[in-house]
Design a protein around this ligand. Structure first.
Ligand SMILES: Nc1ncnc2c1ncn2[C@@H]1O[C@H](COP(=O)(O)OP(=O)(O)OP(=O)(O)O)[C@@H](O)[C@H]1O
Ligand SMILES: [Mg+2]
Length: 139
């Protein structure tokens, strides 16, 4: 468990994580509203060498950042009505790419997540501090 004392700490943690990522990695980011899942995604994307401006996927449902060392596909299951909606976006094809797939709120449809998913749990301690922990499954 690591203590993250600011938004910048959270981004930097993601940036460090990015160094070890290989194509086909799936990252599940779990934590309440405002926990810092999008901030961490910013850091991961930056750490892969992309200069993209990361924001939560809304209307487009999946954001694609293609200008780094590996492509990144960024999903937010909070926006999805059902597992079927995720599948209809071409979920299986995204997983087959040699890319990094990042999913905010992955625990909403945990059964869609592959066995090799890396589950990262972020929790707010105070308005400015968070804990982050890599866990072995979502529960
Ligand atoms: N230590 C911290 N780490 C990350 N964010 C922090 C921290 N301290 C304060 N914040 C603030 O908390 C908010 C985190 O927002 P962010 O969009 O990353 O959350 P989220 O988990 O993606 O939320 P949502 O569930 O709505 O997608 C930002 O406004 C950020 O400035
Ligand atoms: Mg978010």
């Amino acid at each position: 468990m690591t203590l993250l004392k600011s938004e910048i700490d959270t981004q930097n943690w993601g940036q460090d994580l990015a160094e070890s990522l290989t194509g086909g990695t799936v990252i599940a980011l779990c934590g309440n509203l405002g926990a810092g899942k999008t901030q961490m995604t910013k850091g991961i994307v930056r750490g892969l060498g992309s200069s993209a401006d990361v924001a939560s996927p809304t209307f487009t449902l999946v954001h694609e950042y293609m200008d780094g060392r590996l492509p990144v596909f960024h999903f937010d299951f909070y926006r999805m009505e059902s597992a079927g909606e995720v599948l209809s976006l071409g979920w299986d094809e995204y997983l087959d790419e040699k890319a990094v797939v990042i999913v905010e709120w992955a625990d909403r449809f945990a059964n869609l997540m592959p066995e090799h998913t890396r589950w990262i749990k972020i929790e707010a301690l105070t308005p400015d501090t968070r804990t982050v922990e890599e866990v072995h499954s979502h529960s």
